[in-house]
Design a binder for this molecule. Structure first.
Ligand code: PRP
Ligand code: URA
Length: 208
């Protein structure tokens, strides 16, 4: 199984606010951004390191530094933009790619409408951002886009995962770790996560 669930009291607190139907778009975006920062911090915990000789004002020493360029941040539009806000504060030097996908409400299949990615994904890999992993169709397609661009290391960061989506990523992309702030019960007949938080894109941008 490629799924890990973030064990963090603040993440759980933020999720409660996101799930609350009364939370309005301005607050929803702010909270999602904070969750994006927590998820990014956790995902970056085990970046490869290498020793570097440095000199403090008092003496030289060997100190661990990052062995490779930091991963690019790639939100899946639209709702991934909410997580991006916070992830950018953790990794301001990261280039940002965009993958635009829209799930067809009847077939639940994603249709791609935008792809703009940094050129050096093979060297740096990517953190793929989307608050919702429901059927897993959108995330699976976006991972495919990143792999086509040559990204070697990819991690998927989500706020809420459904077991169906997690299983789909594990089957289609077993090399891609998934980090979620919560693993929910399952999907309803319309492909919405239960208990979930509703339509993340609409709640982020006030288009309900
Ligand atoms: C939502 C969400 C994911 C996708 C998840 O996006 O942000 O991208 O659905 O569903 P899946 O796992 O079944 O593919 P949506 O297509 O509604 O677009 P939006 O972000 O523009 O609202
Ligand atoms: N997309 C959302 O925004 N919410 C869900 O519950 C499922 C897919």
């Amino acid at each position: 199984m490629t799924l890990s669930v973030l064990d963090h009291a603040l993440a759980r607190h933020l999720l409660a606010e996101l799930r609350d139907r009364r939370t309005q778009p301005e607050a929803f975006r702010r909270i999602l951004g904070r969750l994006g920062a927590l998820l990014a911090m956790e995902a970056l915990r085990r970046l490869p390191e290498t020793p570097r000789r440095i000199e403090t004002p008092l003496e030289p020493m060997d100190h661990p530094v990052l062995a490779a360029p930091v991963p690019a941040l790639v939100p899946i539009l639209r709702a991934g933009l909410g997580l991006l806000e916070g992830a950018m504060t953790v990794l301001p030097e990261a280039p940002i790619g965009h993958v635009g996908l829209m799930r067809n409400e009847e077939t639940l299949r994603p249709a791609e409408y935008l792809r703009r990615l940094p050129h050096d994904l093979p060297a740096r890999g990517a953190l793929l951002l989307d608050p919702m992993l429901a059927t897993g169709g959108s995330a699976s397609a976006a991972i495919g886009v990143l792999k086509e661009a040559g990204a070697a290391r990819i991690a998927l960061l989500v706020a809420v995962a459904a077991p169906e989506g997690a299983a789909r990523i594990a089957a289609a992309h077993p090399d891609v770790p998934v980090l979620a702030a919560a693993l929910d019960r399952g999907l309803n007949g319309q492909g919405y996560i239960l208990p979930g938080l509703g339509d993340a894109g609409d709640r982020c941008f006030g288009t309900e």
